[in-house]
Design a protein around this ligand. Structure first.
Ligand SMILES: C[S@@+](CC[C@H](N)C(=O)[O-])C[C@H]1O[C@@H](n2cnc3c(N)ncnc32)[C@H](O)[C@@H]1O
Length: 236
């Protein structure tokens, strides 16, 4: 899972059209939680730094302090543009790849109202893109995906909220084709160790240790699921 910090603005260096006040909810929340939202123009400029990844349908993005989703909605808009360009002519493919794109965005947020807003914004974006109503299985599958991909938790302790005894886990979703999705869950705290392991391969010694690395806890899911259709995700 790529840990890429930080929503869609074209690659523009224009100044924000949003007023500064819309980037802050209250002075107290800024003091307590550092809650200042990133304007769309800046989000777009930052995503342009990783343009290819931001446009790749299955690249995984995690925003560890996602707020109401300014970065994640922009990433999703870019991914949806790629889905439309490649699969827009087939409703089946568009919906499955659209769900796959949604499955590749992740967030952690400390404040419950931001978590709810972030999930809601992303869900509406999905529904609009694949043209489904709120009573459809697609909507329900997307809702369930967001309930596990956007976590109410503390990115520093890597524990959930309000129960801070639980370690945060994330599902790794993969689209297998023909309408089937694979899910494997990993603990966030172990995922964060992957960079230290990839340093091994940077030194060219991965062939010596490849087996040991593959058996390392980082690569061991805490739960594996059988392949599922979107209906099974919706009703499972
Ligand atoms: C500066 S705002 C940025 C929000 C969003 N990333 C954006 O750019 O618009 C920081 C966000 O991080 C959240 N936050 C603060 N500490 C956190 C923590 N330890 N774990 C997760 N989220 C946290 C705040 O509630 C706030 O929504």
């Amino acid at each position: 899972m790529a840990l890429v910090a930080p929503s869609e603005a074209a690659s523009t260096k224009r100044r924000p059209s949003k007023s500064a006040s819309s980037l802050v909810r209250s002075r107290q929340r800024v003091i307590d939680h550092g809650e200042v939202f990133t304007p769309a123009w800046m989000v777009g400029a930052m995503l342009d730094l990783v343009k290819d990844e931001s446009e790749r349908i299955d690249s995984r993005f995690l925003e560890p302090a996602c707020g109401s989703g300014n970065f994640l909605t922009a990433v999703l808009a870019r991914k949806f543009a790629s889905v439309q360009a490649r699969y827009g002519k087939s409703e089946f493919e568009k919906r499955n790849y659209g769900l796959s794109a949604l499955m590749s965005v992740y967030g952690i947020e400390l404040l419950a109202d931001n978590v709810a807003e972030c999930r809601e914004v992303l869900l509406r974006q999905f529904d609009d893109f694949v043209s489904v109503k709120t009573d459809s299985d697609w909507h329900e599958a997307a809702r369930r995906v967001l309930s596990v991909n956007i976590v109410w938790g503390d990115a520093l302790t890597m524990k959930t909220q309000p129960d801070d005894e639980q370690f945060i886990t994330f599902p790794e979703w993969s689209y297998l084709g023909k309408g089937l999705f694979q899910r494997r869950d990993f603990r966030f705290d172990t995922l964060t160790q992957t960079s230290s392991l990839s340093a091994v391969s940077d030194y060219g010694v991965d062939s010596l240790f490849a087996d040991d690395v593959a058996k390392h806890d980082v690569f061991q899911p805490v739960r594996e699921y059988s392949p599922m259709t979107h209906q099974e995700i919706a009703h499972g």
